[in-house]
Design a protein around this ligand. Structure first.
Ligand SMILES: NC(=O)c1ccc[n+]([C@@H]2O[C@H](COP(=O)([O-])OP(=O)(O)OC[C@H]3O[C@@H](n4cnc5c(N)ncnc54)[C@H](O)[C@@H]3O)[C@@H](O)[C@H]2O)c1
Length: 429
């Protein structure tokens, strides 16, 4: 059914939590350079992908639905380090100095607001640019004030808040997360064990009517309390965990084995990574959050309960090793033990020498652009159609997540078609 979509007029403020991080500064630099025609937005679905419309014609997605123009985006955000985006990007060492210099002035203008931070949630980090908050509720109030001020100072029509900050320690779902009332009570009582700083950012964003995107695997917005709040406030939420490298490969290869009815005995995945993200994930409590996110993929795609002969006994292991010399240039190895006709075994080795933030930057941008579209289309709560961009797609207790990249892509196209009141053109979609 066709939806009324408000036009993307005026400015969109994009507030990034962890604005000094590798992903954030890489995304921002790319957008600023693209605006000046000095780069192409490679990897961005919103900017480059096409799809067929009912007539059979193939069009750019941005010509089918009204997306924000990159020229209308204003960046800001929070970080625990006070460095401006240029200094932070130099530190991250993802992009070369010559590329950063193309937009140096604009990057220098982006100065982080003091962060809502709790050292217990990321013990490897020691930033000082942080808020002084008596309680978690006070943290929320200060963040809401930041959002309102940024919006007014920058003459923005709309705001999107994106978490591209470090992965927090694993937080299990507890009673305090199960209803909005219980969560607000826990915030007011300053229950710091169950209310993470990321939950304060998410709550503040939703309270201010801004879509919130969780780019890390944090529990954060993935709770009944936040689902309830986002519906109450009519605000979209999306996440979790950018699907950038190894999991992207997994969600392409696993559907291939399944489609051809090939069996799998084992899947061993390991990585070396030397950026700050790798350092934070070196802490076991922080790695656990990531591990849960990375492990869920395979079972979901293979459906071992339906195909026990093929996938009833898959040994799946995921490791991330902090190795400073590689910086952001992650190297990932996958060994997959498969079996075919008469049970004969075969091995597949994948060695992906990737650049973590180069892969994650367009995903972060697309999540921002599509969340803003969803808000203007009146959509709220979990944005399941954005699972395509996420390693650990959010879902409520009644639904299963979809991990298969091709099914996820169909969900993107179908949602966009529904927005404009079209159906798929033919089986050659
Ligand atoms: N790069 C990828 O491919 C990829 C893929 C999936 C998920 N992620 C996730 O995205 C996030 C960012 O990755 P990155 O490589 O840019 O990491 P990074 O360490 O370079 O950046 C994170 C930034 O967040 C800041 N920060 C930490 N806690 C904060 C808080 N409470 N408030 C404000 N700022 C805070 C840090 O100071 C740092 O500048 C990580 O959680 C990572 O796990 C990255």
């Amino acid at each position: 059914m066709k939806q009324e979509i408000k036009p993307a007029t005026g400015r969109l403020g994009v507030l990034v939590v962890g604005v000094g991080g590798a992903v954030a500064t890489t995304m921002i630099t790319g957008v600023l350079a693209t605006r000046k025609n000095l780069a192409k937005p490679i990897g961005s679905i919103a900017e480059m992908a096409t799809m067929r419309v009912q007539s059979g014609e193939e069009k750019l997605i941005k010509d089918i639905v009204p997306l924000v123009n990159l020229n209308d985006i204003v960046f800001g955000g929070w970080d625990i380090f006070p460095d401006n985006a240029y200094e932070a990007a130099m530190y991250a060492e993802v992009l070369k100095e010559k590329d950063l210099n193309l937009v140096k002035d604009e990057l220098q203008q982006i100065k982080p607001m003091p962060a809502a931070f709790d050292h217990n949630f990321a013990k490897r980090l020691n930033g000082t640019h942080i808020k002084n908050a008596a309680t978690r509720w006070d943290m929320v109030e200060q963040l809401r004030e930041d959002i309102r001020k940024f919006k007014a100072d920058n003459h923005c029509d709309r705001i999107v808040v994106l978490w591209a900050a470090s992965t927090e320690i694993f937080v299990a779902l507890s009673e305090e997360h199960k209803s909005l009332e219980a969560l607000e009570k826990a915030m007011k009582e300053n229950n710091t064990a169950v209310v993470s700083p990321s939950m304060c950012y998410a709550y503040a964003a939703i309270a201010e009517g801004a879509p919130f995107i969780m780019g890390a695997p944090n529990l954060c917005v993935d709770t009944p309390a936040m689902w309830e709040f986002s519906k109450k406030m009519n605000v979209p939420i999306a996440g979790k965990d950018f699907k950038s490298g190894q999991t992207l490969m997994k969600t392409v290869l696993a559907p291939m084995f399944k489609t051809r009815m090939l069996g799998v005995n084992g899947w061993f995945s390991t990585n070396i990574l030397g950026n700050r993200d790798g350092e934070v994930l070196d802490q076991p409590e922080n790695f656990k959050t990531k591990e849960v996110s990375k492990l869920s993929v395979i079972d979901n795609i293979f459906e071992p309960e339906k195909f026990p002969d093929l996938y009833g006994n898959v040994y799946h292991k995921v490791r991330i090793n902090y190795y400073p010399p590689r910086k952001d240039n992650k190297e990932a190895w996958d060994n997959i033990d498969i079996f075919g006709w008469m049970g004969y075994p075969m091995e597949i080795k994948v060695n992906f020498l990737c650049r973590d933030s180069i892969l994650a930057a367009p995903i972060a941008l697309d999540l921002v652009i599509f969340s803003d579209l969803a808000a203007r289309a009146g959509m709220c709560g979990i944005q399941t159609w954005l699972s395509f961009f996420c390693k650990s797609p959010m879902h409520d207790f009644e639904h299963q997540p979809v991990h298969d990249l091709f099914q996820q892509w169909r969900m993107v196209k179908q949602t966009l078609r529904e927005m404009i009141g079209e159906t798929a053109p033919s089986y050659l979609d």
